[in-house]
Write a protein of this length. Structure first.
Length: 117
């Protein structure tokens, strides 16, 4: 089970750090990712981090403003978001998969991020 937290209301230009804690499984065995879904839009990929620590970001709007990291000892993955924009307003979800590619098998409940202008 994955549980995301850390969302909230922030002004444009601000920062948030989202956390996602896994229970019942050891995250060191999994690739971890963050996704987001804005109102009326499809869910989109934000970033992922492999078991070895390789990172991939969405090539679009978030690149250069977010950092993904993992702490296997705490069974937690983080998403640090800086220079937030109103367009970043969305529900943010964490996910995990055992393989390097393919479907994300495990999803957490999302955490709401709202950025005011």
């Amino acid at each position: 089970q994955l549980q995301a937290s850390g969302g909230g209301l922030v002004q444009a230009g601000g920062s948030l750090r989202l956390s996602c804690v896994a229970s019942g499984r050891t995250i060191s065995n999994y690739q971890l990712g963050w996704f987001r879904q804005a109102p009326g839009k499809e869910r989109e990929f934000v970033a992922r981090i492999t078991r070895s620590g390789s990172i991939t970001f969405d090539a679009g709007s978030v690149k250069g403003r977010v950092t993904i990291s993992r702490d296997n000892a705490k069974n937690t993955v983080y998403l640090q978001m800086n220079s937030l924009k109103p367009d970043d307003t969305a529900v943010y979800y964490c996910a995990a998969r055992a393989a390097d590619y393919g479907a994300w098998a495990f999803w957490g409940r999302g955490t709401q991020v709202t950025v005011s202008s």
